[in-house]
Design a protein around this ligand. Structure first.
Ligand SMILES: NC(=O)c1ccc[n+]([C@@H]2O[C@H](COP(=O)([O-])OP(=O)(O)OC[C@H]3O[C@@H](n4cnc5c(N)ncnc54)[C@H](O)[C@@H]3O)[C@@H](O)[C@H]2O)c1
Ligand SMILES: O=P(O)(O)OC[C@H](O)CO
Length: 306
């Protein structure tokens, strides 16, 4: 075991709690902060080697601005595990963290990591990405174990976008399974979905090959094939005829794909990037088409080469 590190985890939801368990099991000193808790943010982050945020997208700006007023050691590494896009600016969470703390290293942690499986101690792998490789390696050591394999990567944007964009495809995959469209349809959806993720991601500045790694294809496969995924559940239940309001009233935790679809489509339209699957997921979430109509729209698009 390495020398124990002090890890502050912000957000005591499903993912924050699972990551806290992994770090604690490795012998690190872990403190968790949530809005409902009794300890202040200042108490939680004081002296932390690493501050890891697992708050949902809607809380990222509030948390970063609260932290900005606190005295934080210049050595502290910020890690973001949020998979979403900022509705105002279309920025990724790491871009918000880096803009708020320009002199600190920022690391993205993302991969095929359904928190319920990790809490059941099933094996999994993930990626930690940063432009400061020493920071990524520091975080790699904190979380690595015989049941959690952590890889480093220098493409911070690509790793972050993989985990974020696949949530839109997970909604579509849930619809596909809810309508019982079969294995051929699912394979076509995931393959074309990955093409769509690559198209916008590379335009955004991410590396192509990152989307074929754990944080892209890996997370796409996990999320689009598991009923444990909240985003998949949204699509599945829409296909069963439930309304979005009914689904959200019962879903446990955050389905980031709903907000991500809106932000992504806005950006794609501004930049003239074709995103047909995202477009249909958007129209479905807005109640403009039924699941069957969305399917037909996709099948009857203009013919084109692959
Ligand atoms: N659950 C998973 O399997 C999993 C895995 C990998 C990544 N993620 C990502 O991690 C993030 C959190 O997911 P989760 O499953 O833990 O969601 P969750 O809904 O269980 O928890 C979200 C947490 O964010 C906090 N939060 C929300 N708004 C806030 C605000 N304004 N200020 C402070 N805190 C706020 C909530 O209090 C809660 O603790 C999401 O972006 C998700 O995509 C989740
Ligand atoms: O439950 P979801 O749909 O937010 O997916 C959780 C993770 O992102 C899977 O890696």
């Amino acid at each position: 075991m390495t020398h124990p590190k002090s890890v502050a985890i912000l957000g005591a939801g499903a993912w924050g709690t699972a990551l806290a368990t992994l770090a604690k099991t490795n012998g690190h000193q872990v403190r968790m902060w949530s809005r409902q808790g009794s300890q202040t943010l200042a108490e939680i982050v004081q002296g932390a080697d690493v501050v890891l945020s697992a708050v949902s997208m809607k809380g990222v700006r509030a948390v970063t601005s609260q932290l900005q007023s606190l005295a934080i050691s210049p050595e502290t590494i910020f890690v973001t595990a949020t998979k979403g896009l900022d509705p105002q600016t279309t920025c990724t969470p790491s871009q918000i963290w880096q803009e708020t703390f320009p002199n600190h290293p920022v690391v993205v942690l993302s991969g095929p990591n359904l928190s319920k499986e990790i809490q059941q101690e099933l094996p999994a792998a993930t990626v930690v990405a940063s432009s400061v490789m020493a920071a990524a390696e520091f975080v790699q050591v904190i979380f690595s174990s015989d049941r959690f394999r952590v890889y480093t990567n220098c493409d911070i944007l690509g790793v972050e976008l993989g985990g974020t964009l696949k949530n839109v495809m997970a909604i579509a995959a849930g619809v596909c399974d809810g309508l019982h469209l079969g294995t051929n349809a699912k394979a076509a959806l995931l393959t074309r979905g990955l093409t769509e993720m690559v198209r916008i991601g590379v335009h955004w500045g991410a590396k192509l090959e990152t989307f074929y790694g754990l944080s892209g294809l890996g997370d796409l496969l996990a999320t689009c094939n598991s009923p444990l995924s909240r985003n998949y559940q949204v699509g599945y239940q829409l296909a069963l005829g439930k309304t979005l309001a009914e689904i959200l009233a019962h879903i446990e935790g955050t389905a980031e794909g709903i907000n991500t679809t809106q932000v992504l489509l806005r950006r794609a339209r501004q930049q003239n990037i074709p995103m047909p699957i995202t477009e249909e997921v958007y129209r479905l979430l807005e109640g403009e088409v039924t699941p069957r109509q969305a399917l037909l729209e996709l099948m009857l698009r203009d013919m084109k080469p692959e």
